[in-house]
Design a protein around this ligand. Structure first.
Ligand SMILES: [Zn+2]
Length: 202
């Protein structure tokens, strides 16, 4: 059987998303420090080349099954060393989710739950549509605006305890707004809030 080419170099064949060299080349060495709302932040890759096309294929061409190509070898070792009680996805824009038929962070969090053997918990958050058409807001919709759209689902949140260690999960880290808004809602409710994103977009 012929192996598919690596998503990044397109030269080496690889049973995984990236060949070994490209996985090393794209790995993020120094993640940003995160924010006061997070106890730690880990990010696997830089949002470039094969990693970018992979994530766009999932989010823009609706191939949610491609999150299966995220494997344990791509994850920062810290994720295996820290102990989490629950993995919780951040919310994505509801309009985009309706178009896709799935929530990318939700599917990603389920994949991580398998890889890390940590229980998945959702829906801890709810999110409403932005009050303005998305196009009018460009990409940076701002932390304040987002905070007005995201809230806690009292039933699921009520099942968390003050000692719970949470891993919040998102696909792409850009300004940190999404992570901050969700992490702040959990502050005071749980013991620790850690963050993980697949890729850093600068
Ligand atoms: Zn490669």
């Amino acid at each position: 059987m012929l192996l598919p080419p690596c998503e990044h170099c397109k030269i080496a064949t690889s049973i995984t998303l990236l060949c070994k060299n490209c996985a090393q080349e794209l790995a993020l060495v120094n993640p940003p420090s995160g924010s006061e709302a997070l106890d730690s932040l880990d990010i696997a890759f830089r949002y470039e080349g094969g990693v970018r096309t992979w994530i766009l294929d999932i989010k823009d061409r609706f191939h949610s099954e491609r999150w299966k190509e995220l494997i344990a070898a791509y994850l920062p070792t810290a994720l295996f060393e820290r102990r989490y009680d629950f993995i919780i996805p951040v919310t994505s824009d509801p309009q985009s989710n309706r178009l896709r038929g799935f929530d990318p962070s939700f599917v990603l969090a389920k994949r991580l739950s398998r890889l890390l053997s940590v229980p998945f918990k959702a829906p801890v958050f709810h999110r409403s549509d932005f009050p303005l058409p998305r196009k009018a807001m460009k990409h940076d919709i701002g932390e304040w605006m987002l905070s007005k759209c995201v809230g806690l689902n009292s039933v699921a949140a009520g099942e968390l305890s003050s000692t719970s260690r949470i891993l919040l999960v998102d696909d792409v880290f850009t300004t940190g707004s999404t992570m901050n808004v969700h992490a702040r809602l959990l502050r005071g409710l749980v013991g620790q809030v850690h963050g993980f994103c697949v890729a850093l977009k600068v």
